[in-house]
Design a protein around this ligand. Structure first.
Ligand code: ZN
Length: 242
C-alpha cells in the first residue's frame, strides 16, 4: 500500500509506462514480488503448499503464495500485515489506521529509536537504510546492551506479526526479508519464542520461520517472476504475432 506518495494517487502507472514503451507492463507490491521470488527460487528443500514472505524494511508487508497462486484480494491489497493494528489507540498511521504493526518493527521505526538511544553509532550521516540497520545489528553483536534491547524489541513485534500471519493464512513457511532481516540470528530466537507462546503447539511446530537466503533482493528477483507468471497464465494475451 502506497501511503507516502499522496501527489501520485491519480497517476495510472501501468498506462503511463505502457504508452511510453509499447510493451506489456506489470505492477505489483514489493512483498508480493518477494513472495513469488521465494516460491520460485527460494530453495526451501521441498514442495510447499503455502509460503508467506514477511517483508520488514522501510515499511512492513507480506505476500502470500497459496497452492501456486498469489493471494491478491479484490484490489490487490490482501495481506497488508503492516497496517494491521496492534494497538487500536496507538499512534496515527499514514494509512488512516492507528497503532499499525509497521510503526513498531519497520526499519524506519528501528532507526528512529536507534538514533536516540545510540547516537554514537550514527555520528556520520548514513543515507543507505540497509547500512544504517546493519550498524544497529553490529552494535548488538558486539554486546552493546542498548542495541541488544532494541533489536530484541523489534524481534518481539516481528514475532507478533508472525502470529497474525499464521492465524490469518496458515503458512507452511514464513520467510523474513528486506533490511531488518540482516539481523538474522539476533532476531530468530525471540521471534520463535513469541510464536511458541502464542500459537497452539500442534500448529507452531509445523511452521518454519526463516530469514531469506536469496542473494539478490527478493523484491527485485520477484519482479521477473511476476512478469513471467502473468505471461504464462495468459500467454495469448501477450504473445500476439504482429
Ligand atoms: Zn497503517
Amino acid at each position: 500500500m502506497v501511503t507516502r506518495m499522496p501527489s501520485w494517487h491519480d497517476v495510472n502507472f501501468i498506462d503511463e509506462f505502457q504508452n511510453e514503451f509499447d510493451k506489456p507492463f506489470f505492477i505489483e507490491q514489493d512483498a508480493n514480488a518477494g513472495a513469488l521470488a521465494e516460491w520460485w527460487f527460494g530453495n526451501h528443500g521441498r514442495p510447499l503448499n503455502s509460503l508467506t514472505y514477511f517483508l520488514v524494511g522501510e515499511g512492513v508487508g507480506s505476500g502470500i503464495v497459496d497452492h501456486d497462486r498469489l493471494l491478491l484480494g479484490n484490489l490487490g491489497i490482501a495481506s497488508e500485515i503492516g497496517h494491521i493494528s496492534i494497538d487500536v489507540n496507538g499512534p496515527a498511521c499514514e494509512c488512516g489506521n492507528r497503532g499499525c504493526l509497521e510503526l513498531y518493527c519497520s526499519a524506519t521505526a528501528m532507526l528512529k529509536k536507534a538514533k536516540k538511544l545510540l547516537p554514537e553509532i550514527f555520528q556520520e550521516e548514513i543515507t543507505n537504510r540497509w547500512e544504517a540497520c546493519n550498524k544497529v545489528f553490529i552494535a548488538a553483536k558486539e554486546g552493546n546492551e542498548k542495541a541488544l534491547k532494541l533489536v530484541d524489541e523489534i524481534a518481539e513485534y516481528i514475532g507478533y506479526g508472525c502470529v497474525t500471519l499464521i492465524n490469518g493464512y496458515d503458512p507452511e513457511i514464513i520467510v523474513i526479508g528486506d533490511s531488518i532481516s540482516q539481523g538474522g540470528n539476533l532476531l530468530l530466537p525471540t521471534i520463535n519464542r513469541i510464536v511458541k507462546e502464542r500459537i497452539l503447539p500442534e500448529i507452531s511446530s509445523r511452521v518454519q520461520i526463516k530469514i531469506s537466503e536469496l542473494t539478490i533482493d527478493p523484491t527485485l528477483y520477484g519482479a521477473a517472476a511476476i512478469a513471467t507468471d502473468k505471461m504464462l497464465r495468459k500467454p495469448s494475451e501477450y504473445l500476439v504475432r504482429k
